[in-house]
Design a protein around this ligand. Structure first.
Ligand code: XMP
Length: 527
């Protein structure tokens, strides 16, 4: 861990030397592609599909990946990249729509496939070399397409096929341009990471210099220089992002860091205690805990509309934070744990894919008029990278592996009115869900697990008495990126234990349901 305190400026300058760009054509997998490339220790960013060649060159990419997308290349108005991008001499890998576009731009033909292909397919590898080096003759691949390349120009060599897709992988004879009809980035393509490894090492000639440890060192150095002798404030939420942000800052400027934890009365069970323990005992920061429970609950009284809850919580948070920050002298900087997906989805990245703009919950949490200069040390990272960095920084697994938790906290899981009494019921039920999933050894493999208190009473019988009490829904999902998610297939015995314990131990609950909706069309949270 102390390694991260040592500076290594020579190395840090070349960290971003090797960079691959993903041109986003609206694929749900664009972020996954970027993550998979980073797993090869090559830095990867997502940019607009129509990025101008000169802007693209300014990034000095070693390779370009054209993502998939929902459109058909032959439709009017379908998204296209600048055709010169294929002729810059920089290696290009087109995936699904990206392959269809590259092949079409280079003289091929794309048509609607005779039968749409979704899911696993057997792929026959004719040329296990270059991009497909090390591939077995037959391998499973993940397909998700309605169109396919039906004819390539003479300049292309076909590398692989499936039963329904005669051109499943191609290579251009003279340009470093490759195409795949299948998705190497998903785990259902077992040899997918080998393929991406081949692409970045053999085709793009990257050495794989991107290491989180180096990145952390570089970030610490940079922040130390930027902050100088000033004071920096960091809001802690109990989540991993703010904890890692604070830990990095602590390494950079130690006692010049002041942390603020606003207890909004909407935290999970024992959350406040865990944060206080970590940031006073381990990191010994100047920690300010604001007891805002009364203020938040007053603001929420009588409110049932989810967006109104969020609005009021947002305002109360800013008020509490502002008041506490004004007591901290000489504070010039404010640190936030904004992640790369937040930056991308909010459209804040300079060349980010504006077409998929979505105003994310975590961006812009605190208004500019607070007058601080913003520090966002995690804005280049994905969640799993932040977790790995947290472990390298010495944060305990308890914080690092904690499931994400929405800023408005239990308020958006307490459907209907938020009262202290209802929150207590929810908090206890939630703690049982999490505890049982941990005991079953499934906490790390599930992405988010929690309880939701419904504004529904139902009839039950306990002992000999009729009850008319609350219903708790248990929500547990698996997801890669939180944009899409599936409900977790928890073992029946675990579900039974959770249900029995909640009904027996949490006063006021007589019924437990398990949420079996995927996202979309449902969302992960209920509000
Ligand atoms: P949904 O419910 O949109 O959630 O499928 C996707 C992810 O975002 C989290 N989430 C929020 N996070 N403020 C936040 O900071 C919010 O208002 C909010 N709403 C949802 C959710 O927990 C999940 O991880």
């Amino acid at each position: 861990m102390n390694d991260l305190m040592k500076t290594n400026q020579g190395d840090s300058a070349r960290l971003f030397d090797e960079r691959v760009l993903v041109l986003d054509f609206g694929s749900q997998y664009a972020q996954l592609i970027a993550r998979r490339v980073r797993e090869q220790n090559v830095y990867c960013e997502i940019v607009r599909h129509d990025i101008a060649p000169e802007r693209l060159l300014a990034h000095q990419p070693r390779g370009i990946i054209l993502s998939g997308g929902p459109s058909s290349v032959y439709e009017p108005g379908a998204p296209r990249c600048h055709p010169e991008i294929l002729r810059l001499g920089i290696p290009v890998l087109g995936i699904c729509y990206g392959m269809q576009l590259a092949c079409e731009l280079l003289g091929g033909q794309v048509e609607s496939a005779p039968s749409r292909e979704y899911g696993r397919a057997r792929c026959f590898v004719d040329r296990p070399e270059g991009l497909l080096a090390g591939f077995t003759e037959q391998t499973d691949v993940w397909m998700s397409h309605g169109d396919q390349v039906t004819r390539v120009s003479e300049d292309f060599v076909s590398l692989a096929r499936t039963e329904t897709c005669p051109i499943a992988a191609v290579r251009h004879r003279t340009l470093p341009v490759y195409g795949l009809q299948f998705h190497p980035e998903v785990t259902h393509t077992p040899q997918g990471s080998m393929l991406l490894h081949n692409f970045v090492t053999m085709v793009c000639r990257c050495e794989g210099k991107w290491h989180l440890g180096d990145f952390a060192r570089e970030t610490i150095d940079r922040m130390r220089q930027q902050i100088g002798n000033s004071r920096v404030i960091c809001g802690l939420s109990g989540g991993v992002d703010s904890a890692v942000t604070a830990a990095l800052l602590y390494k950079a400027v130690g006692s010049q860091l002041s942390c603020i934890l606003v207890n909004n009365g909407l935290l999970r069970k024992a959350e406040q205690e865990a944060v206080i323990a970590e940031f006073t005992r381990h990191f010994r920061t100047d920690l300010h805990v604001v007891d805002g429970e009364e203020r938040f609950l007053t603001a929420l009284a009588g409110v049932t509309d989810p967006q109104e809850k969020r609005r009021r919580i947002g305002h109360a948070f800013i008020d509490c934070f502002k008041q506490e920050a004004s007591n901290i002298e000489d504070a010039r900087f404010l640190a936030q744990g904004t992640l790369y997906p937040d930056v991308i989805e909010s459209g804040a990245a300079p060349d980010g894919p504006a077409a998929t703009i979505k105003l994310h919950h975590n961006v812009g949490g605190l208004p500019a008029e607070l007058g601080f200069e913003l520090i966002e040390p995690l804005r280049d990272l994905f969640k799993d990278e932040v977790r790995r960095m947290g472990l390298e920084l010495g944060l305990p697994g308890e914080i690092v592996w904690r499931h994400p938790f929405p800023g408005p906290g239990l308020a958006v899981r307490c459907l209907g009115e938020v009262t202290r009494q209802r929150l207590n019921v929810l908090r206890e039920a939630d703690a049982i869900v999490v505890e049982e999933i941990k005991v079953a050894g499934l906490y790390r493999s599930t992405s988010q697990a929690f309880a939701v208190l419904l504004p529904v009473q139902s009839v039950g019988v306990m002992g000999d008495a009729r009850t008319y009490e609350n219903t708790v829904a248990v929500r547990c999902v698996d997801t890669d990126d939180f944009m899409t998610a599936d409900w977790s297939r928890l073992p029946e015995s675990l579900l039974a234990r959770i249900s029995t314990r909640i009904i027996n131990e949490v006063k006021g609950v007589n019924r437990v349901c398990y949420d079996i909706s995927s996202k979309p069309p449902a969302t992960i949270e209920w509000e």
